[in-house]
Design a binder for this molecule. Structure first.
Ligand code: KIV
Length: 268
């Protein structure tokens, strides 16, 4: 029998019970299956796929069509984890109507159970409307990568009291509008603690310290498959990048020396 799907209700309940939420990104069926078999609660089809799948240096060019494609790859093979799809840059900022249409497509065509969007008070009306329509919304505050140009780079956010107060206001506004959870990215641990105390929905941190209700990492980062810049908040749980390269090298050597294939891998 398939286990029951993680829902917004389960996610809220985990905060009440003090059970940490585990979220990882996945963008394709293979990693989605592996993540689910490892018992994660939430799979995020993040627009970070712009970096790790598409080789871009920001998430800004990622399109709604690309997000839908990757969401479909993930939702096709998952049964238990909640799948959240990112609304990419340009798919919700211009008007509430555009945001609703984009979220509808992520649910109907991508098959996700919830959407995530970046930013606070400017999106309150959209979050309200989506929640009323029955679309669960995960908020995202702090270092919101779609605003990288406005931030002048990927920097820790909320370091001074004024910025911290704005972030707290944004978090409260998202909760009131109906968001069921909130990602906090790259903010001082103490600020993440204040946010968590100020709201009752679960916070999920990435570079936001230990006081959040859950943690998320990009799957390629935690597996050690990313040779580029490593943010301080990334912990590598393996070095699969080296292992993949050495397995492919071993294959290459056997092909060149004609050690592969043998009869074991051939048909009579
Ligand atoms: O796109 C993404 O993967 C994200 C996480 C890093 C939170 O937004």
């Amino acid at each position: 029998m398939t286990a029951k799907r993680v829902t917004t209700w389960t996610v809220r309940r985990q905060r009440e019970l003090g059970e940490p939420l585990v979220m990882v990104t996945a963008y394709d069926a293979t990693f989605a299956r592996l993540a689910e078999s490892a018992d994660v609660d939430i799979i995020l089809v993040g627009d970070s796929l712009g970096h790790v799948i598409q080789g871009l240096d920001s998430t800004i060019p990622v399109t709604l069509g690309e997000m839908i494609y990757h969401c479909r790859c993930v939702t096709r093979v998952t049964q238990r984890a909640m799948v959240v799809g990112d609304l990419p840059f340009g798919s919700y900022q211009s008007s509430v109507r555009t945001g609703i249409r984009s979220a509808e497509r992520l649910l109907k065509e991508g098959g996700v159970q919830a959407v995530k969007l970046e930013g606070g008070q400017p999106h309150v009306e959209l979050v309200q409307k989506l929640t009323q329509m029955g679309v669960p919304v995960m908020g995202h505050l702090g270092l919101t990568p779609q605003s990288v140009h406005a931030f002048g780079g990927y920097r820790v956010q909320g370091r001074n009291e004024e910025a911290a107060l704005t972030l707290l206001e944004d978090a409260r506004a998202l909760e009131v509008a109906g968001a069921f959870s909130l990602v906090l990215e790259c903010v001082p641990a103490e600020l993440a603690k204040r946010v968590r105390e100020a709201i009752s929905i679960p916070t999920i941190g990435i570079g936001a310290g230990p006081h959040c209700d859950g943690q998320v990492l990009v799957i390629y980062d935690l597996l050690g498959m990313n040779d580029g810049f490593q943010a301080k908040f990334v912990k590598r749980y393996d070095s699969l990048g080296d292992k993949v390269a050495s397995a492919v090298r071993a294959f290459g050597e056997e092909v060149r020396t004609r050690a592969f294939p043998t009869n074991d891998h051939s048909f009579e």
